[in-house]
Write a protein that binds this ligand. Structure first.
Ligand code: MN
Length: 232
């Protein structure tokens, strides 16, 4: 037994649909600017390459959970996304082999402090404060590829208080999941337990305390979370 000097952090996990096992989360990679219509609503250039950033695994909020309205923002945005769960990895994974490394899929939310993202972009600052804060990564249960196949031509929807705000087929991604895996693995060694958030379609917007966010994709278990009172 390792004799830790302070309390050891716990392992973040996600439930697996139809299984008593859980999926241990290692890293959460995220792709920005991956749907043309969202790039246009953000007034960005669609010819730019996609952005890769990360969220900490302990930012996960499970299905049915509550997200405290975060400190340090006045413009808290939802971004509903398809999420890929890896069962293996490596460097320089060829697109043709990318599917063989996927364990399954879930839906997730890339919660964003949009006011600080604008400030970071304007000043060339890093994105932790805008993307990698506590409770910034709600995730639904993972469905296994062996049960649902690959999610590449399926409609992804985000509802706020029951009203559809985002509604797009994931086949509209600029970089598809195989290309994303190939791209990330040029820079980072992907490993079992990694999650990849694949970018959000158009229709992002702000939420406030009391709002209910639902994300659903054809073939996958839905995610529902509530925005709670301010964290501090
Ligand atoms: Mn996003």
């Amino acid at each position: 037994m390792t004799d830790y000097a302070v309390e050891a952090p716990g392992q973040a996990v996600l439930p697996i649909v139809g299984s008593d096992q859980v999926f241990p989360v290692r890293r959460i990679y995220c792709i920005g600017k991956n749907y043309v219509a969202h790039i246009h609503e953000m007034n960005a250039d669609e010819r730019d390459p996609p952005v890769i950033f990360m969220k900490p695994a302990d930012a996960i909020v499970a299905e049915g959970g509550e997200i405290p309205y975060p400190v340090f923002t006045g413009n808290f945005h939802y971004e509903g996304e398809l999420v890929v769960a890896m069962k293996s990895g490596g460097y320089n994974i060829p697109e043709a082999e990318a599917y063989s490394h996927i364990f399954g899929y879930c839906v997730g939310l890339d919660m964003t402090r949009r006011d600080h993202q604008a400030a970071a972009l304007a000043k060339g600052l890093p994105w932790e404060v805008t993307k990698a804060f506590d409770h910034s990564a709600p995730m639904g249960p993972i469905s296994r590829v062996e049960d649902v196949g690959h999610i590449d031509d399926h409609v992804l929807r985000t509802k706020i208080n029951g009203e559809v705000r985002q509604d797009a087929n994931v086949n509209l991604m600029i970089w598809n999941t195989r290309e994303i895996i190939a791209k990330i693995s040029e820079q980072h060694e992907l490993k079992a337990g990694d999650l990849i958030m694949t970018g959000t379609p158009a229709g992002v917007g702000a939420v406030v305390t009391g709002d209910v966010i639902e994300v659903e994709a054809e073939g996958l278990a839905p995610l529902k979370v509530t925005i709670g009172a301010p964290a501090a």
